[in-house]
Design a protein around this ligand. Structure first.
Ligand code: FES
Ligand code: FES
Length: 153
């Protein structure tokens, strides 16, 4: 079936089965491979995108559930104020190791500081607990989120 979805401000027509996960529409149909596949079961956070600003696991979000909602991916998060701050902090703190989980980490972190200019440690734990990093970059992730939040003034 044909769907029109809005990704990073651009409308795309895609012809896929109703239950196709958004992750595969992004990666396989639209060629946006920045969003990663990890578990496919909403357990790791690697596939996190924003839907109307909310961090969402694209591996379990079917294309027929999206409607007119606005999707933002790692390819465009740097164009948002929160995303730009998070990406700068990620670079300054040299957060990634292998990098595989980091798209999802950045998407969750950007959503956090977009909605909470000065998150506490508990807020960070709540927002980031669903994003798994096999390389154990959690300490640098926390430092980078705090740095980005400081730049909120
Ligand atoms: S691939 Fe979606 S949460 Fe793991
Ligand atoms: S940086 Fe390797 S899994 Fe997170």
């Amino acid at each position: 079936m044909a769907y029109t979805i809005k990704v990073n401000g651009v409308s795309h027509s895609v012809d896929v089965d109703d239950d196709t996960p958004l992750l595969w529409v992004l990666r396989d149909v639209l060629g946006m491979t920045g969003t990663k596949f990890g578990c496919g079961m909403a357990l790791c956070g690697a596939c996190t995108v924003h839907i109307d600003g909310a961090p969402t696991r694209s591996c379990i979000t079917t294309v027929d559930s999206i409607g007119t909602s606005a999707i933002t991916t790692i390819e465009a998060i740097g164009a948002t104020p929160a995303g730009a701050k998070i990406q700068k902090a990620w670079l300054d703190r040299e957060v990634p190791q292998c990098g595989y989980c980091q798209s999802g980490q950045i998407m969750s972190a950007a959503a956090l500081i977009a909605g909470n200019a000065h998150p506490t440690d508990a807020d960070i734990d709540d927002a980031m607990s669903g994003n798994i990093c096999r390389c154990g970059t959690y300490v640098r992730i926390r430092e980078a989120i705090k740095q980005a939040a400081q730049s909120n003034g």
